[in-house]
Write a protein that binds this ligand. Sequence first.
Ligand code: MG
Length: 344
Amino acid sequence: MQMADAQRNRSRRHEIPHVADSGRSSGEVPVAEELHRNTDQSEEKESVMAAQCALIMINNLSRQGENSIDPVVRILKNKGIDSIIVCLDRMEDISRLINRYQKDIDRIVIGGGDGTLNAAVKPVLESGLPLGILPLGTANDLARTLGIPVGLEDAAEVLAGGRIGMIDIGVVNDIYFLNAASIGLAVGVTHMLDRGIKKRWGGLAYPIAFFKAFRYTRAFLVQISCDGVNHRHKSIHLTVANGRHYGRGLTVRDDAEIDDQKLHCYSLEPQSFWQLFKAAPSIVKGTFVNPENIKLFEGRRIDIITRRPKQIAIDGELMGQTPAYFSIKDRILPVFVPAETPPR
Ligand SMILES: [Mg+2]
């Protein structure tokens, strides 16, 4: 199994016990078996050089979570960065694992999709350590926004040789989000996207889920307050985004940035499938020029009130319901990004 293979690449430092989970359950790291000590003189020299260590948490349930991360460990090691690898079966374990290893590490790496990254935001923020991303999910929208390559080895190069950028975090009803929160059509899509569909169809799961969800979506009356200015209209779908990409490569606005200290919002008014089909290129690329049946907003505080509570899809997971009170935390999360394409 790849985690066992990764043990061969683990650290040789003395002062830090380096462990690699055997991969059955998160946090159940057989420490006694995994402690690695090396008294070789040449390794002594290496131990002096190695001053950095990554806690790499891999979500095995993510679409590509079963890939071997040996190349990642090797690339980090070549740059003098040691690795502690743990498998993540339950998102609730992220905080405990960070606390367990915090004194030994200088960065936290999440291997998973946007849902896993969302679950990691709060504990990573609390740790004060920078976040590294191995995009192993289906959508990988945050990686897309940050310009992090999807290939495992290229992503590892960012962890080893990138720079740290400070990014914004969106907040809705006290829940953090990195990419976007949506109401309406997207919730229907999220319902359709059970893990079986994603594992089976990969990227095709999204259009399949979209077509199914569109048939069942009903218009709803919404009141949007954007930085204190009120708007009322009927909607079938509404997205508030912190970054640029969401929903597997859709673009909220082509000039949106994840460090622009702004939330971008759009709302689709009721329309036929063919009208929506015509608008699709704008929705995919975020280029809304004289948009028909689409309302656009941007601001720092956005309140969304519906007559009846409506579910909210947050970074692709259903969490909470309307009324939804959005705000933004400015450039608060340090993230490894490519050195050559840093956020603005
Ligand atoms: Mg933004």
